[in-house]
Design a protein around this ligand. Structure first.
Ligand code: SF4
Length: 443
């Protein structure tokens, strides 16, 4: 979502003559787009702001955007008085006006102090220009905000209530992206499967997207288990363009922790959903998020999480130690878990997940899978892409021209080797891929 938002901010400033620079040093305006999900997010923002203040020329404007801006607007202005502008995630469409206001205020009084952290009545999407396409894959925001109020999470406070874009607006944007050369669209939302811009929800939207000529791949993220409706599960078996990969966070395998997290479902409900998905799409790769050491988590609770992971067998997952977010219910719970216990549990959980990820990747060795090449690799003549199951695939071509030929295309690849985080393979036309020393070292 933040990658998408940053790109959209660049899009919205482009008509004003702003272009992206390679480094902050070259910029007239630096926008720090912030995320409140990670640990010590606000402190990281202040230290980054300090660095920017020290390195920037006088006159460079500094803006703070994103969820930390939303949560700490006035505090940012107090602690970092050299910041010119603070803008929340719902006001990006107003950036040109806000920047112009900040420039005028500076001209008048020598400094500017512009804050916009409102939740405006109008939808920012109605005012944003068309997204600039920079490759075969694109993000498309269809939903923002969240009404779930999980005990540990700050999103409902920073992104506001659930809002879904109307289906026609989404379809128009998707059609435009495909006309501009996009063949893979990832639908985005903090709670994307709560989408209600179509009468048939996200399932209806996916069915409508699937008839767009030229749209080869559809994905969506991030989902909540409670919103995996039978119709949405059925779409996974019906629509071939919907890739066999689903990120479905559960956070914990313990019912008592799930209740304390206010997730409003149990581990069994989640497992039933997984079974139903696998019944209609047996090859679906599953991913999740896990938080270890949520307040009140006992050894038995943690064991339940490990048992659930063993049961599901994930293709990949993201895992974190619980850390407090000010203003959330979990931050006030009195049975916080000691840091060293969290660290031990996280190490055990990640070891299991890494084992499963490697096993999942290794089973593709020898198979031919369609890979969409979306960027050049780090090595000479290398191209990088994604399998249907979201695995990173690297292929080294004999020449630059060969690498260029496959960029932006979906090509069958014979997988020759698998590592924890990537696969390597050969092109169908016999171009050899090399499992480089660097990739072996990384694995
Ligand atoms: S559903 Fe996701 S975004 Fe919403 S409160 Fe829970 S963790 Fe946060």
């Amino acid at each position: 979502m933040n990658v998408y938002d940053s790109a959209r901010m660049a899009d919205v400033m482009a008509p004003e003559g702003y272009v992206s620079t390679e480094t902050a040093d070259d910029a007239d305006l630096v926008i720090l787009n912030t995320c409140h999900i990670r640990e010590k997010a606000a402190e990281k923002v202040y230290s980054e702001l300090g660095r920017l203040r020290d390195s920037e020329e006088d006159g460079t404007m500094i803006a703070v955007a994103g969820c930390v801006a939303q949560a700490e607007g006035d505090e940012i202005m107090r602690r970092a008085p050299y910041v010119d502008l603070v803008v929340g995630p719902q006001s990006y469409h107003r950036l040109p006006k806000l920047v112009a206001g900040a420039v005028a205020e500076r001209d008048r009084s020598g400094r500017s102090r512009v804050i916009d952290t409102d939740f405006p009545a109008e939808s920012k999407f109605d005012f944003m220009p068309a997204a600039q396409v920079s490759g075969p894959s694109a993000f498309l925001t269809i939903q923002e905000g969240c009404d779930k109020f999980c005990a540990f999470c700050v999103v409902p406070y920073t992104r506001g209530a659930e809002f879904s874009r109307p289906v026609d607006a989404v379809l128009n944007e998707a059609q435009q992206l495909v006309s501009d050369g996009v063949i893979e669209i990832t639908l985005l939302g903090q709670n994307v499967n709560a989408y209600h811009g179509d009468d048939d929800g996200l399932a209806g939207l996916i069915r409508k997207l699937s008839v767009i000529n030229g749209l080869e791949r559809i994905r969506y993220t991030t989902s909540h288990p409670r919103d995996m409706t039978p119709d949405l599960i059925a779409v996974h078996g019906e629509v071939p363009q919907l890739m066999p990969y689903l990120h479905l966070p559960i956070q914990s395998g313990s019912d008592s922790i799930l209740a304390r997290m206010n997730r409003k479902h149990g581990a069994d409900d989640y497992l039933k959903t997984i079974d139903a998905l696998r019944a209609v799409r047996p090859d679906i790769a599953l991913s999740s998020d896990f938080i270890v050491g949520h307040p009140g988590e006992t050894d038995a609770d943690f064991d339940a999480t490990m048992a659930l992971i063993k049961n599901v067998e994930y293709a990949q997952a993201y895992s974190f130690k619980y850390s407090k977010r000010p203003g959330t219910p979990a931050s006030d719970m009195d049975d916080q878990i000691p840091e060293e216990v969290k660290s031990d549990r996280l190490a055990a959980l990640q070891a299991l997940l890494n084992e499963q990820q490697l096993a999942f990747n290794k089973q593709t060795i020898g198979a031919a899978i369609p890979v969409l090449f979306e960027r050049r690799g780090k090595l000479p003549n290398q191209i990088a892409g994604r399998s249907p199951c979201m695995q990173a695939v690297h292929v080294t071509c004999p020449t630059e021209e060969a690498a260029d030929r496959y960029f932006g295309k979906t090509v069958p690849i014979h997988i020759t080797d698998a590592f924890a985080n990537s696969l390597t393979g050969t092109l169908d036309d016999g171009v050899a891929a090399e499992s480089t020393q660097r990739e072996s070292a990384r694995a």
